[in-house]
Write a protein that binds this ligand. Structure first.
Ligand code: NAD
Length: 362
């Protein structure tokens, strides 16, 4: 039986990093005797150019049929007019909705070989291993908006069900990790945060008594993420706080090019993508860092296909490639790094040299 992956390369460096990551996926699948089928579809700017819309029906249908979706990035200067009727990022929002995805997972694990790429002092980063879970469907981004000549408003709304499902996901994930959830809100000011805190406390008490829960105000968390990041395991929060905190947390890892993400719903199907954008400034040059996309593929194997060994194998190979200083420009001192393809080849070489031996020993 085969597993099907819908591939949406998108714009800018998207096609370069997805092509590199697929090479790694093919290698891992071959080695473990799995049959993976890749079907490519348009999304974002390229879909606007070719089909007049950022998420063509064939793309959504292909993703809904697939076991998992791998996305590069969308957007770029060509489609950046804020007054345009159709914009690339609408494709991404519609895709998340169409697939029923509500939890965005962003692991942040600064790599020992890349600590100097972070603006944070290395001694604060050693041993940091955080999973931020951001709610994706509710909150102020989706509430009613008003605007008149001298005022504007955005409504922040959450339902109990929206909070329950993302909080449950984060407790389940904490159980597979170090068993600690920090729930972030602004309960001293916001009513939606007070509801968030009540629901989270109830779920912890009734369903996850084995997981430690701490409530942290978002302003404190903004500080703690930089001053004591090692103390956190899973951090769960609402949509806008998560948007801001995940960008802050990304600085712990030094480069946007190292951070993967997954967006999950109730079932196994998920959307996997690097957290960076389409990087128009380096697109087409073959120098983009593919590690975030390769690590997103590891998340895909783990969460959507249930291939834990294969996922861990990719993660070990990326670690080994970084230990061997296989740095793209964004990581290399002086910006003299290797190409996107060479970085993917470095991971593949490490798969052969390390992971398979480790697999046999296991
Ligand atoms: P960006 O992440 O594309 O780039 C920011 C900086 O990081 C640039 O200097 C870029 O060269 C560098 N960078 C990013 N990824 C890299 C990689 N893999 N390797 C090496 N360097 C990398 O953010 P931006 O410049 O603010 O946005 C560019 C476009 O991407 C915009 O159109 C934006 O809307 C879009 N965007 C898309 C997504 C997405 O598809 N999920 C996310 C963010 C931004």
């Amino acid at each position: 039986m085969h597993s099907e992956i819908a591939v949406l390369p998108g714009d800018g460096i998207g096609p370069e990093v997805t092509a590199a990551a697929i090479k790694v996926l093919r290698k891992v699948a071959d080695r473990h005797g799995h049959d993976l089928v890749f079907n490519e579809y348009d999304i974002g700017g390229i879909a606007i150019d070719r089909h007049g819309e950022p998420l063509p029906a064939a793309t959504l249908a292909g993703c809904q049929r697939a076991d998992a979706v791998l996305l590069g990035a969308v957007g770029g200067p060509k489609w950046s007019d804020p007054n345009a009727k159709v914009r690339p990022e609408q494709g991404l929002l519609a895709l998340r909705k169409g697939l029923g995805l509500f939890a965005n997972l962003r692991p942040v694990r600064p790599h020992p070989a890349a600590l100097n790429a972070s603006p944070i002092k290395p001694h604060l980063l050693t041993g940091v291993d955080i999973l931020v879970v951001r709610e994706l469907t509710g909150g102020i981004y989706f509430g009613d908006k008003t605007r008149d000549a001298d005022s504007a408003s955005d409504l922040c709304r959450y339902t109990v069900e929206e909070i329950e499902r993302v909080v449950r996901s984060s407790f389940r994930l904490a159980r597979q990790r170090r068993g600690f959830v920090a729930s972030v809100d602004k309960a001293n000011v916001l009513e939606t945060s007070r509801l968030w805190r009540d629901v989270t406390s109830r779920i912890a008490r009734e369903e996850f008594p084995d997981v430690r829960l701490e409530h942290v105000l978002v302003d404190s968390m903004a500080m703690h993420l930089l001053s004591k990041p090692r103390e956190f395991d899973v951090i769960v929060t609402e949509n806008m706080f998560g948007d801001i905190l995940t960008d802050e947390a990304s600085m712990l890892a030094g480069s946007l090019g190292l951070l993967p993400s997954a967006s999950l719903g109730d079932g196994k199907r998920g959307l996997y993508e690097p957290i960076h954008g389409s990087a128009p400034d380096i697109a087409g040059k073959g120098i983009a860092n593919p590690y975030a996309t390769i690590l997103s593929c590891a998340m895909l194997l783990r969460h959507s296909l249930g291939w834990e060994d294969e996922a861990a194998c990719i993660e070990r190979a990326v670690d080994a490639a970084l230990n061997a200083q296989a740095f793209t420009n964004d990581l290399a001192p002086g910006g003299r790094g290797i190409s996107t393809t060479a970085a993917a080849e470095a991971v593949i070489a490490q798969l052969e040299e390390h992971c398979y031996v480790a697999d046999l020993r296991d």
